[in-house]
Design a protein around this ligand. Structure first.
Ligand code: PRX
Length: 629
C-alpha cells in the first residue's frame, strides 16, 4: 500500500432549487446524519419498521468483528415486501415493470401481474426440486422473466446467482461450479445491437464443465422455437403454465443468504459475494427511497442489467420494496442511434434516471443534438454509479439532460456494500467531481494505512468504519477472503478505493488503490489525469496507465478516444499535454498520448487499464473473462 498524498481540489458548487429539498424524504441531511450518529441502531430499527416482518428481531445488530448480524432472529421474506405488501394496497394495479425490447416492443407487468408470475415460477422451480438454500444460476437477457426468476428464487428461499448475459461459457461455468448451482435458468437468445446472442448454446457449453446442474429451464423467445433436450432441458413457459398459482413466501431468517453475486477481484478468481435477506432488504429499501427520493408517481429507469449489483439493488429489490414503477430495456444506449435512451425517457415519462459515467461520456461524444431532440422535462432526479463522474460529465449531464434543474446523485458503493454508501442527497449542494458525503446510516472516512484519518486535501484509503445492514457477510467458500476486507486496515472495512475529502466532508473518489501511479515520487490517481484529459473539448474518454521509467520510476501513458469531429495528431497531443499541465501541474502530464477508437472495458462499463498496460508492456493480461469484446 502507498502512503497518503496531497490532492489539488478545485471546487465548484451547485445549489439545487430549495423546493426539491423541502419536498425530499430527507429534507435536512445534516440533521438526519446527526440523528443516525446519535443512535445508529435506533435509526435502522425505525427504517426496518417501515417494512413487513413475519416475526420481529431481538436485536438490531450483533457485531462480532468482523462478522455482523442484522435484525437478529427477525423473520421475513423480501418478496413479501416487494409484492404481497403492494397487492393488498392501492398499488395492486400500478405498473411494477415496464420492459422495452431492442426492437421497440413493450411489456408491462402490474404489481398484481408480477406477483402472480413470481408465484407460478416459484412453484415451477419447486417442482424441479428447488428449495430453501439451493443455488440457482440465472443467465438471462434483460427480459421481465429475469426479474421474475430472481424473485421466484427468493420466494422459495433458494439462493440466486445471477450471471450477466454478456459473460462467456468459461466465466459462466466457473460461477456455476463455485456456487454448485442445481438449476440454470436461461433463454434461447438475447438481443444486442440487432445481433442474436445464443445464450442457451453458451449454457450448454458451460455445462460440459459443470456436472452439478440437474436441469436447465429455457425461456424461448425466438421463432421457430428451438428444440429442447427432454433429458436436461425444460421449457419455461410450459413449466410455469402447469404450476399452481399460489405460493406463500418461505419464512426466512434475517441472516439467511438471499443471493451470491460474483465480482472480479483485481487478481485471481472472481469472488462470490454473499448477501443476506434482512439487512439487504432494509438497506436497499432505505437508500432507494431516500437517495432517489422516490415518490408514488415516479418512474425509475436504472439502465444497468439485473445481472450486476446495481440491477439487484436498484432495479429489483430496493425499488420494488418501495413500490415504484421500474423501466428496463434490452439493448445498448447507442442502438439504433444515440437518441435511443432519450426517446425512451420521453415515451415513458421517466422521472428518475440512473446510469453510468461511461454512458454519459459516450453521449457527450455524440454531441448535444441527440438529447435536444427529445422532451426530457419529466426527469427530476439524475443518478450516476460505477466510476468517478468527472466534472465535465457532471456538467453535461446536469445541463444537457437535466436542463440545470435536476439534482445529480452520484452514488458510490460496491457489490460488497450492497447499497449506496456515499452520495449527495437530494437538495444538498452538489460539487462536480465529488460523489458527496456518507449517507445517514454509514460511517465513512479517508485514512492512512494505519486507519488514522487524513486531513482534508490529502488522499488516502476510503474506508467504512462501522457495519451497515446490506454489507456482504462472506465470500462464498472463502471466508478468509472476506476477512481481508476488514483486516487490511485494522478495524475498518477497506473498499480498495483512493479518495480525498474536502473541508466539508465531501468525498472525491480517485480510483482504485491499484490504479495509483507513482511518478518521480508523486502519487497520482489515474482518475485525476483522466478527468483532466476529458475536460478538454476534443476528448470523449481517457484511460491512463503507469509505464516503468528508468529516471522517474514511472511515466504516464494516456489512451484517448475523441469526440466526433475532433482530429487526432501532434497538434492535439501537444495541446492535451498543456491542458493537463494547467489543471494538475507538470508531474501529471502524460509522457505519451495514444489516440484510440475505443477503450477496453468490462461488460459493466469500467475501463480495463490492466489490459492496456499488458498490451503496452507486452505482458500477459491475466483473467480477461470480464472484458467486453
Ligand atoms: O472503484 C469504485 C467504483 O466501482 C467499484 C465497485 O464496483 P462494483 O462492485 O462493480 O459495483 C459497481 C456498482 C456499485 C468501487 O470500488 N465506483 C462505484 N461507484 C462509484 C465508483 N467510483 C467513483 N464514483 C462512484 N460513484
Amino acid at each position: 500500500m502507498t502512503e497518503t498524498f496531497a490532492v489539488k481540489l478545485e471546487e465548484k458548487c451547485y445549489l439545487p432549487d430549495p423546493r426539491c429539498k423541502a419536498a425530499a424524504w430527507t429534507p435536512d441531511y445534516t440533521r438526519a446524519y446527526q440523528e443516525f450518529m446519535h443512535d445508529p441502531e435506533a435509526f435502522w430499527d425505525q427504517v426496518a419498521h417501515e417494512l413487513d416482518w413475519f416475526e420481529p428481531w431481538d436485536r438490531v445488530l450483533e457485531w462480532n468483528y468482523p462478522y455482523a448480524k442484522w435484525f437478529v432472529n427477525g423473520k421475513l421474506n423480501i418478496t413479501y415486501n416487494c409484492l404481497d405488501r403492494h397487492v393488498t394496497s392501492d398499488r395492486r394495479d400500478k405498473p411494477a415493470v415496464i420492459w422495452r425490447g431492442e426492437g421497440g416492443e413493450e411489456r408491462r407487468l402490474t404489481y398484481d401481474g408480477l406477483y402472480r408470475e413470481v408465484m407460478r415460477c416459484a412453484n415451477a422451480l419447486a417442482g424441479l426440486g428447488v428449495g430453501k438454500g439451493d443455488r440457482v444460476c440465472i443467465y438471462m437477457p434483460l427480459v421481465p422473466e429475469q426479474i421474475v426468476a430472481m424473485l421466484a428464487c427468493a420466494r422459495l428461499g433458494a439462493v440466486h446467482s445471477v450471471v450477466f448475459g454478456g459473460f462467456g461459457a468459461g466465466a459462466l461455468a466457473m460461477r456455476i461450479n463455485d456456487a454448485e448451482a442445481k438449476v440454470v435458468i436461461t433463454a434461447d437468445v438475447g438481443y444486442r445491437r440487432g445481433k442474436t446472442i445464443p445464450l442457451r448454446d453458451i449454457v450448454n457449453e458451460a455445462l460440459t464443465h459443470a456436472p452439478c446442474v440437474e436441469k436447465t429451464v429455457v425461456f424461448r423467445r425466438g421463432t421457430p422455437a428451438v428444440d429442447l433436450d427432454p433429458a436436461r432441458e425444460v421449457d419455461y413457459a410450459d413449466l410455469v403454465a402447469r404450476a399452481a398459482p399460489d405460493c406463500p413466501a418461505e419464512v426466512m431468517d434475517a441472516e439467511d443468504p438471499l443471493f451470491i453475486l460474483y465480482t472480479s477481484g483485481s487478481t485471481g478468481a472472481p469472488k462470490g459475494i454473499v448477501h443476506t435477506c434482512g439487512g439487504y432488504m432494509v438497506g436497499t429499501y432505505y437508500t432507494s427511497r431516500h437517495d432517489f427520493d422516490i415518490k408514488e408517481s415516479d418512474i425509475l429507469w436504472c439502465t444497468a442489467d439485473p445481472g450486476w449489483i446495481t440491477g439487484h439493488s436498484y432495479i429489483v429489490y430496493g425499488p420494488l420494496a418501495v413500490g415504484t414503477t421500474v423501466v428496463i430495456a434490452e439493448g445498448t444506449p447507442d442502438y439504433p442511434d444515440p437518441g435511443a435512451y432519450w426517446r425512451l425517457v420521453q415515451d415513458l415519462g421517466v422521472t428518475i434516471f440512473y446510469t453510468a459515467p461511461t454512458a454519459i461520456r459516450m453521449f457527450m461524444r455524440h454531441g448535444d443534438a441527440w438529447p435536444a431532440k427529445y422532451d426530457l422535462s419529466t426527469l427530476r432526479v439524475l443518478g450516476s454509479v460505477g466510476e468517478p463522474l468527472n466534472p465535465e460529465a457532471f456538467e453535461w449531464y446536469y445541463h444537457r439532460i437535466g436542463g440545470g434543474e435536476c439534482p445529480v446523485v452520484d452514488t458510490w458503493w460496491q457489490t460488497e456494500t450492497g447499497m449506496h454508501v456515499v452520495t449527495t442527497m437530494i437538495g444538498e449542494a452538489m460539487k462536480p467531481g465529488f460523489a458527496g458525503r456518507a449517507i445517514p446510516g454509514a460511517v465513512v472516512d479517508v485514512v492512512d494505512r494505519t486507519g488514522k484519518p487524513v486531513p482534508p486535501g490529502t488522499g488516502g484509503f476510503l474506508v467504512i468504519r462501522e457495519p451497515w445492514p446490506a454489507m456482504l457477510r462472506t465470500v462464498h467458500g472463502n471466508d478468509a477472503r472476506y476477512r481481508t476486507y476488514w483486516e487490511t486496515i485494522p478495524g475498518c472495512y477497506t473498499a480498495g478505493d483512493l479518495a480525498v475529502k474536502d473541508e466539508e466532508g465531501y468525498i472525491m473518489i480517485l480510483g482504485r488503490a491499484d490504479d495509483l501511479i507513482v511518478v518521480a515520487g508523486h502519487n497520482i490517481g489515474t482518475a485525476e489525469v483522466e478527468s483532466a484529459l476529458v475536460s478538454h473539448d476534443a476528448v470523449a474518454e481517457a484511460a491512463v496507465i503507469g509505464k516503468p521509467d528508468a529516471l522517474k520510476g514511472n511515466v504516464i501513458k494516456a489512451f484517448v478516444t475523441l469526440r466526433v469531429g475532433a482530429n487526432p495528431g501532434d497538434a492535439l497531443t501537444d495541446e492535451l499535454a498543456r491542458h493537463v499541465k494547467k489543471s494538475l501541474g507538470p508531474v501529471a502530464v502524460p509522457a505519451e498520448i495514444e489516440f484510440m477508437d475505443r477503450l477496453p472495458k468490462t461488460r459493466s462499463g469500467k475501463i480495463m487499464r490492466r489490459v492496456l498496460k499488458a498490451r503496452e508492456l507486452g505482458m500477459d493480461p491475466g483473467d480477461i473473462s470480464t472484458l467486453e469484446e
